[in-house]
Design a protein around this ligand. Structure first.
Ligand code: ZN
Ligand code: ZN
Length: 292
């Protein structure tokens, strides 16, 4: 841990196996991470072999990374809001299996994009998301995995760019106690949530608290944005190289509430670039020393 006790990591490749991820994370100066539970652009997924899951959990212990503070990111094909019955059904099946994969790795948090109504309107889209979520969670009631709705960029009928939309999903679900939020800084910026001063960050968090409740903010995706405020493009940039910029991240990440939530980078590049972005964040915040 750094002196301020921040939790900071990046989206990591699982191509060498889940069990390699904890140590790979430590190597880039991280003390948390995010992974996919399967190839993110495929419908196919399976539970990890028991031996590998055991090895993964022991590597978590060896590196001191808390399973409560790492994140699994759901596959990109999942769309609970889809008006197409077959897509919706496949999405429910895959998300339910993903919860079991997350559980088998001993991880606590699974984040997903609420979905796109594909032009059929917000209300029916939200109804389908809630219905799908309630099926998925009812099938996994005994599993202590939390589902984190991620705020997305407002484009292509995607639901969840506004706090109000995320709140409606949480309120309508029978399982609101199992639903939390991942706040993505690039997607938020895309949707007009400004981080350019301490006052604006304060206002954003007050808005979040009023509409959703800050206790639901579980994870933060720390991404700069290649496009200006409100552009809705969803193009991530390296930290300090986009329109949020070093000042925006200083204002946001030094906030006393934000500081307590784990931060995950999804910036362009791999381990080398992520190590540099982690160093940049520490430098921006005036932190020295290694995480871990
Ligand atoms: Zn995402
Ligand atoms: Zn994200």
């Amino acid at each position: 841990m750094t002196e301020k006790g921040i939790r900071l990591g990046a989206h990591m490749s699982t191509s060498r196996g889940y069990h390699k991820v904890p140590m790979d994370s430590v190597r880039i100066g991280a003390n948390t991470f995010q992974i996919f539970p399967h190839s993110p652009s495929m419908w196919k997924a399976k539970l990890p072999d028991e031996d590998l899951a055991t090895e993964f959990k022991s590597e978590m212990k060896n590196t001191g990374i808390s399973p409560e503070e790492v994140l699994v990111h759901s596959g990109y094909l999942i769309n609970l809001a889809s008006p197409k019955e077959d897509v919706r059904e496949k999405s429910i099946r895959l998300l339910s299996l993903e919860m079991k994969i997350v559980k088998s790795l001993g991880i606590r948090n699974l984040t997903f994009h609420p979905g796109s109504h594909l032009g059929t309107g917000l209300d029916s889209g939200i109804d389908r998301i809630v219905e799908g979520l309630d099926i998925v969670i009812s099938e996994n009631e005994d599993i202590e995995v939390l589902l984190l709705l991620e705020n997305v960029a407002a484009k292509g009928g995607h639901i969840g760019s506004r706090f109000e939309e995320l709140k409606r999903i949480i309120d309508l679900s029978c399982y609101s106690r199992r639903l939390f939020i991942t706040y993505d800084t690039c997607h938020g910026f895309d949707s007009g949530y400004d981080l350019s001063s301490k006052e604006k960050v304060e206002a954003l968090l007050q808005d979040f608290d009023k509409k959703i409740g800050l206790q639901r903010l579980k994870m933060i995706h720390v991404n700069d944005s290649k496009y200006p405020l409100g552009a809705g493009k969803d193009r991530h940039a390296r930290i300090g190289e986009g329109y949020i910029g070093r000042k925006g991240f200083r204002c946001f990440l030094s906030n006393s509430y934000v500081e307590k939530v784990p931060w995950i980078l999804e910036t362009p590049g791999d381990d080398k670039e992520h190590a540099e972005d982690i160093a940049t964040i520490k430098e921006i915040l005036g932190l020295s020393g290694e995480a871990g």
